[in-house]
Design a protein around this ligand. Structure first.
Ligand SMILES: Nc1ncnc2c1ncn2[C@@H]1O[C@H](COP(=O)(O)OP(=O)(O)O)[C@@H](O)[C@H]1O
Ligand SMILES: [Mg+2]
Length: 324
């Protein structure tokens, strides 16, 4: 199974032998190794994530670099600065340590979270057995705790998905009774002050977990309920072991994701299905999308929002009942 642990000895050898670059932050200095592909954890459209080290303590940290191709894009850069400005202190949220702005590059330094992403964990057959369902409920409960805190700070994460949730496991020994999670990747957050302009690059959310208000492209309707919707789909996947959205056909995808009610999966009981349905309430639009005006689409979405869980806390309270 994939893991980001690495081997302690291996890491030491690497740091000794590699060509290191030093990044001078506000709070400390960091070493990273841009010439060593083995130090890249992830490379996406928007960023490259490296394993790096804090110089004094030699502690592993994450160095997230804004993708060099976006360096000239002011909106992308502003989004990156917003991500670095999220300074939330909560056990369920990754800590940002520093922001480094160089002439030709921008870096974000974060604590390194040892463990597995929820994406890896869902795919691990070891946890397919029904007796692990409560373990996954507990993971989602911890996510909802962290989301409550995020929302109480007037921030919406807007990209909740299994790859953005890490299950901490520093000892190679997952505690299935009391899992510890961290939400990462605040690269798509919506803050209460956010101007429309920044939304133009706000296309980084994953369609598989996107809410109707995101899919239809109504940023003004995005709020806490958007994260609640995505978390409902993550909950679906933790138990079903497959995503709720089972097509990649772009024509079908839009309607399936934004309008068609989630069906009950054979691995769900009625109580779980009730919770998932409530978290993922969608607008009532029986005719094809082109039939409706923008006003009608917005009106139906707004109407449906009152049927979704209103807060992460409400969602959590219902899920808590499944633990008994
Ligand atoms: N703080 C961290 N600790 C450990 N792994 C991390 C951390 N941050 C990111 N990662 C890994 O890098 C991947 C991409 O990071 P993320 O912040 O989600 O960037 P992107 O915006 O490109 O999706 C994550 O899915 C995870 O596997
Ligand atoms: Mg991500």
């Amino acid at each position: 199974m994939l893991t980001n642990h690495g081997e302690a000895g291996h890491w030491k050898n690497l740091t000794n032998s590699m060509q290191a670059h030093i990044l001078q932050g506000n709070n400390s200095k960091y070493l990273y190794f841009p010439d060593q592909p083995e130090t890249i954890i992830s490379k996406g459209k928007f960023s490259v994530v490296y394993i790096a080290a804090e110089v004094k303590t030699k502690e592993k940290v994450i160095c997230k670099q804004l993708s060099p191709s976006l360096f000239g894009n002011e909106v992308a850069k502003l989004r990156f600065f917003i991500e670095s400005s999220i300074n939330l202190k909560h056990p369920g949220i990754v800590k940002t340590l520093d922001l480094i702005v160089e002439e030709n590059a921008v870096f974000l330094i974060q604590e390194f979270v040892y463990g597995y992403t929820l994406k890896e964990l869902i795919q691990n057959r070891k946890y397919f057995d029904y007796r692990y369902n409560k373990f996954f409920y507990k993971i989602i409960i911890k996510c909802l705790d962290a989301l409550s805190y995020i929302h109480s700070n007037d921030i919406c994460h807007c990209d909740i998905k299994p790859a953005n949730i890490i299950l901490e496991d520093p000892e190679y020994d997952i505690n299935t009774d009391d899992p510890v999670i961290k939400i990462i990747d605040f690269g798509n957050v919506k803050k209460s002050y956010e101007a429309d302009d920044l939304d133009k690059v706000n296309k980084t959310y994953n369609v598989m977990y996107g809410s109707p208000e995101q899919i239809f492209g109504f940023p003004e309707l995005i709020g806490e309920h958007t994260d609640i919707f995505s978390t409902g789909l993550v909950l679906y996947e933790t138990i079903a072991k497959e995503p709720a959205l089972k097509t990649v056909n772009p024509l079908l995808l839009r309607r399936l994701q934004s309008v068609v009610k989630i069906e009950k999966h054979f691995r769900f009981d009625d109580d779980l299905y009730y919770i998932i349905s409530k978290a993922t309430t969608k607008p009532n639009l029986p005719k094809s999308e082109s039939y409706y005006s923008t006003y009608d689409l917005k009106f139906e979405i707004i109407k449906s929002l009152s049927l979704r869980y209103q807060t992460a806390e409400d969602f959590k309270n219902d899920l808590d009942k499944l633990l008994n």
